[in-house]
Design a protein around this ligand. Sequence first.
Ligand SMILES: Nc1ccn([C@@H]2O[C@H](COP(=O)(O)OP(=O)(O)O)[C@@H](O)[C@H]2O)c(=O)n1
Length: 411
Amino acid sequence: QRNGLNAVDFSERFGNALPSLSRPANASRIFYSIIFDAGSTGTRIHVYTFIQKEPDGLPVLDNEMFHSMKPGLSAFADIPEIAGHTVRQLLRVAKKTVPPVEWKRTPVLFRATAGLRLLPPAKAHTLLEEVQDVFDESPFYVPADSVSIMNGTNEGILAWVTVNFLTGRLHRNTQKTVGILDLGGGSTQITFLPKSRKTVESAPADYMVRFDMFSSTYELYTHSYLGNGIKAARLSALGALGSEGTKHTHQHTSCLPKKYTGEFSFGGFSYHVSGVTDGVTGFKACSQELLKVLKGIIKQPHELKDSSTFYAFSYYFDHAAEAGLIDESRGGAVKIRDFKKRAKEVCNRPSERTRLNPFLCMDLTYIVCLLKDGFGFKESTVLQLTKKVRNVETSWALGAAIYHSQKFRIH
Ligand SMILES: Nc1ccn([C@@H]2O[C@H](COP(=O)(O)OP(=O)(O)O)[C@@H](O)[C@H]2O)c(=O)n1
């Protein structure tokens, strides 16, 4: 630890340097990186092709191949062979993308997030062992600690690296970076570079992380809230957390239309839910239910000024697109006020409620509560909603590939 700042535990540090192939001096070098993102709602593979122009400089990302499968691996907690099968199928994408001559020097890395963090450790461990077996049989380079559960701090930092890399902000030696907001099924992350001393001083010690990368030092504010992803929050609000496997539990919520009865699944379990038949429904009642889930949990960073730019992705993006706030293919800028206005329309207008996904009222309301009452953003804050930047997925996975390739130094 230095200056009271926490060290990042990049325990997923890779093994030794890759075996190098002989090549002419000064030639640009192409290399590949395979990253598995085992999220709570799906498993994804990213195969990146990089060009290293200068030995110590930032690599240039040439291409990304991406493929995903649902549900997430935690749904296979009791049938781990299926988890192995999922990973084996996704590895086919890597074999098609990386030329065979490069296979044995191309690292393959698997990181699980909230889905496995929320499982009993023994079950998570069995799933990881299954994945390790598949990797060991594969023709790729399997570094030490290739398969693990990533901690939330690294998840937040690496997503920040991805977005700032893709928007060209790491290429210049500048401290002008953008913050990120990631909303998964099980957890949610916030990461940004504080501008005000007060933010740093008032942040809980383990929310401040300092690291060097490409000759710049960054002191980031980052935190991952486990259990505050949008699906986990649904369960908390419904009082269903901990009722996994109890077949006959049936929850009611003012966030669903009165006459609605249905179910949704998360982490391999199905939950039966209905609207309240003889109570109040709508935005106000729904937000009161959801605020209980956030109360006393989410910390408000001292500065979340209007001027600061945040990129928001994952479920922020998906639900904004579903609500018609942004174009699905292009994304766009949305004010928190717009999310709120749309949440009210979706929750309170009977015509909208019948036309749209019955859960959209609950999901949009959760987003508004999380951003405003949770993190303390102003309604006038503009979020850049992005699924891809220059045709590359905004996900922590690219940050992990860059981290690996450069092995930037972490204090
Ligand atoms: N490459 C990716 C990865 C996740 N996502 C989105 O991220 C959300 C779920 O994140 P997740 O399953 O990784 O959840 P956590 O494990 O982070 O809680 C979904 O909306 C996915 O569509 C995406 O859009 N692109």
